[in-house]
Design a protein around this ligand. Structure first.
Ligand SMILES: Cc1cc2nc3c(=O)[nH]c(=O)nc-3n(C[C@H](O)[C@H](O)[C@H](O)COP(=O)(O)OP(=O)(O)OC[C@H]3O[C@@H](n4cnc5c(N)ncnc54)[C@H](O)[C@@H]3O)c2cc1C
Length: 394
């Protein structure tokens, strides 16, 4: 049984059914669809694996997962754009990080090139070449995450899996593999917690005690209003490697719409997409208290990040950030997207006092908990499902 019907839950169900076609698989999903949260609200970028430390789970599963994702979209004739990606240093201090990313990429087995400003302009005429160098990663691609999730959902159903939408897991007996929902109690030999933004709460319901707490970050996007504005490649800044986020970058979809984002704003609610939506008293109080503490101590560069985020409150601030990597974007050409906004299911480790920078999987009794399914968990999902079943299925 799988709690959570996003891309992680769906690929797990699919993988299980492929391995054991005779078995019964049940997915419990509290929403009416699989794309209400992370799965339907991401940039759709199939990442290459250049950002993650060699040997980390993210590096391993991103590299193998991206190939599996690209094979899957080809096999099912789903939309994809093999556009490649340019990484541009936004400041002089980012030049050193370029070399770190180059060697991480090569160590992870990803094709990556250092190119001159002229070469970068040939690849993408709108790129800012102020430091006359960039990194180019040909394999990075874009897919439609909603289309991919819908295809995987169909695979699960066609293989005999049952997906119960509108069914929230409310209590878990980890010894017996029993999950209570308002629609009845389900029982299974193995339960997998793939509840995304609620994975830590589901783990708590199942009696798991960890050193982790939850710290959500909202990702807002801005849309280019001109339907004729287009980019041939994805363009990203070389990120500040002290912060766990990739920085505001370009993103496009199959309708040819160009977006910029996502921001990385700490928030006090798990599904806090607009205003105070999704903020509960319990989360609101505990997240506010922990944010104040982290802000004062600048834990994990959180104060630096928050100050940078403040500049994104105004369109001029967004354009200032963007102008460091691309040319030709003016505040009057942009609008904040009210529909394209996501929240990262990020956890914080009280022992190391750091935001956790890798996927975390914790087995306990009959339950396997998938914690911290942060980016690039969408890219990695097919490989992640194989890894979880290979490692924990017994
Ligand atoms: C702004 C943003 C941009 C991103 N961009 C990229 C990108 O370009 N490329 C990439 O690879 N990754 C990206 N990611 C990361 C990626 O979206 C996530 O890692 C991925 O979607 C995680 O999938 P999931 O199935 O764990 O989560 P979700 O899609 O959130 O699924 C979890 C599901 O569990 C359900 N659930 C929760 N609690 C319960 C309960 N008690 N009972 C039943 N169901 C429950 C929820 O309703 C939800 O549908 C991005 C993330 C964000 C926020």
């Amino acid at each position: 049984m799988i709690i959570g019907g996003g891309i992680i839950g769906l690929t797990l169900a699919r993988e299980w059914l492929q391995r054991h076609p005779q078995s019964r698989v049940v997915v419990l999903e509290k929403e009416a669809t699989s794309v209400a949260h992370g799965t339907g609200r991401n940039s759709g970028v199939v990442h290459s694996g250049i950002y993650y430390a060699e040997g980390s789970l993210r590096a391993q599963l991103c590299v193998s997962g991206s190939q599996k994702m690209l094979d899957y979209v080809d096999e099912h004739r789903l939309w994809n754009d093999r556009c490649g990606k340019l990484l541009v240093p936004p400041t002089e201090s980012a030049l050193g990080s370029m070399d770190v990313l180059l060697s991480r990429g090569l160590a992870n087995g990803v094709e990556i090139h250092k190119v001159t400003g002229r070469e970068a302009l040939e690849l993408e005429p709108r790129v800012n070449t102020q430091f006359d160098q960039a990194l180019y990663v040909p394999v990075t691609s874009v897919v439609n995450p909603r289309e991919v999730a819908e295809r995987v959902r169909k695979d699960v159903v066609e293989c005999g899996g049952a997906i119960h939408y509108g069914t929230r897991a409310t209590a878990i007996d980890a010894h017996r593999g029993k999950v209570r929902t308002p629609k009845g109690t389900f029982e299974a030999a193995t339960v997998i917690n793939a509840a995304g933004l609620f994975a830590d709460q589901v783990a708590e319901q199942a009696g798991l005690k960890t050193q982790y707490s939850f710290q959500p970050f909202k990702g807002k996007y801005w849309k280019h209003k001109d339907p004729d504005f287009s980019l041939q490649r994805l363009v990203y800044p070389v990120p500040d490697l002290n912060l766990p986020f990739l920085g505001v970058h370009t993103a496009h979809n199959q309708r040819g719409e160009v977006y910029f984002g996502p921001s990385s704003t700490p928030v006090i609610g798990r599904e806090n997409y607009q205003g105070l939506d999704g903020v509960t008293l319990r989360d609101g109080l505990s997240l506010t208290a922990s944010l104040v503490g982290k802000f004062l101590k600048n834990t994990n560069g959180l104060r630096t990040l928050s100050m940078r985020e403040l500049k994104l409150m105004r369109l001029t601030g967004v354009c200032n950030e963007l102008s460091k990597i691309i040319t030709g974007v003016e505040p009057q050409g942009l609008e904040r997207s009210l529909v394209k906004v996501g929240i990262r299911s990020q956890i914080f480790d009280a022992k190391t006092q750091h935001l956790v920078n890798d996927f975390v999987v914790v087995p306990d009794k009959r339950v396997v908990h998938v914690l911290n399914a942060i980016s690039p968990a969408f890219t990695a999902s097919f490989a992640f499902a194989e890894y979880i079943l290979d490692t924990y299925q017994h």
